[in-house]
Design a protein around this ligand. Structure first.
Ligand SMILES: Cc1cc2nc3c(=O)[nH]c(=O)nc-3n(C[C@H](O)[C@H](O)[C@H](O)COP(=O)(O)OP(=O)(O)OC[C@H]3O[C@@H](n4cnc5c(N)ncnc54)[C@H](O)[C@@H]3O)c2cc1C
Length: 314
């Protein structure tokens, strides 16, 4: 069987690695030679891909703020999250076979199966633009991870460690088309003499995708809209597609079956986001104050377990 993968990000490159290793005839296409997409590069420490990633940092501490006020800090003995070298991981997987092609898949003839893995870029869904900066700062003031919510908007700022005294700082809000200036303002509020080394933005899916057939990762809408986590779901969907090809069953039917729990939780988070967007600011503040005081809720938030079962149990 001759297979093409459109898009060499997380899902596409990982599927390419898995299929190449299994001896399949697979071609991987991407419009960019190197992976350049902005990302926070944080992953809950619950999952390990079969092509290992380099861990840049381990996160034990998480602080939550609303409108500039610290609400809660939670600490874990074991690393709750890890920060990975995402671009390095993707590049190594692209290089794991000899059929990476720079460019679009224009000629679709001759392929028995085409997997769409081009992330959020077809824009066939509601997206929010998220901006992140890599910042060098001479301070040890911020340990761990910071999430800061601004009750005027739906979304948040984050500060993640990024290795070598650098920070990955970003923000995205459904009401703000381009949050670059807000992120700059936030950096200047949080750090003395910060040096911005790189700043860029990318779309993040928050809405339903109309046509998901034979797609994996964010092309399929697999990103949790309340946290923006998409690396792990993209990887899991690549593993499912690989399994279906190995078992010689229909890939789309297999993805539908296996991804049901993840897609269900993502759809639930979409509904919560819709409700939150409709709330007046005072109600948003009250909701945050209530939820951020609950350590169990935060634990579920960090593990991506905000779903119909856990939200009412808290
Ligand atoms: C600023 C920001 C911060 C984020 N932070 C985190 C985080 O900390 N943790 C987390 O888990 N997730 C995070 N995410 C989400 C995460 O980046 C994505 O969900 C994840 O990368 C999706 O992987 P993917 O393989 O589906 O697509 P992508 O990684 O987006 O890869 C898609 C690839 O397709 C290529 N492409 C696009 N169009 C075409 C085409 N027509 N033909 C061929 N190639 C094409 C692109 O060049 C790209 O290489 C963040 C997203 C943003 C925007």
């Amino acid at each position: 069987m001759k297979i093409a993968i459109e898009g060499a990000g997380v899902g596409g490159s990982y599927l390419y690695f898995l299929l190449s290793k299994a001896g399949e005839d697979v071609h991987l296409y991407d419009i960019n030679d190197t992976y350049i997409k902005a990302c926070g590069e944080a992953v809950p420490n619950l999952y390990k891909p079969r092509f290992p990633w380099d861990v840049v940092d381990e996160i034990h501490e998480f602080s939550f703020f609303i409108d500039g006020k610290e609400m809660q800090t939670v600490n874990y003995r074991h690393p709750k999250w890890i920060i990975i070298d995402k671009a390095g991981w993707i590049q190594a997987m692209r290089n794991s076979g000899s059929n990476f092609i720079k460019g679009r898949l224009n000629d679709r003839r001759g392929y028995d199966l085409i997997i769409r893995a081009y992330g959020p870029y077809d824009l066939s869904r509601d997206v929010v633009t998220v901006v992140r900066a890599i910042v060098k700062a001479n301070t040890q003031e911020h340990k761990g991870v910071i999430f800061e919510f601004d009750s005027r908007f739906s979304g948040f700022y984050w500060i993640f460690p990024s290795g070598n005294g650098r920070y990955n700082i970003g923000g995205g809000f459904t009401e703000i088309r381009n949050p670059t200036e807000l992120v700059r303002w936030y950096i200047s509020k949080k750090f003395k003499q910060p040096e911005i080394i790189d700043m860029r933005g990318a779309p993040l899916s928050i809405g339903r995708v109309s046509n998901v057939k034979y797609s994996i990762g964010e092309a399929r809408g697999l990103v949790y809209p309340l946290t923006g986590e998409g690396i792990r779901p993209a990887s899991i969907s690549a593993e499912c597609a690989n399994e279906a090809i190995y078992k010689k069953v229909d890939v789309e039917l297999y993805l539908q079956e296996k991804l049901k729990p993840v897609e269900y939780d993502i759809a639930f988070q979409r509904r919560l986001l819709t409700i939150y967007r409709l709330m007046p600011q005072t109600m948003r503040r009250i909701t945050f104050q209530h939820m951020l005081n609950k350590v169990k809720f935060l634990d579920n938030y960090l593990d991506e377990k905000i779903n119909i079962k856990t939200i009412f149990a808290n």
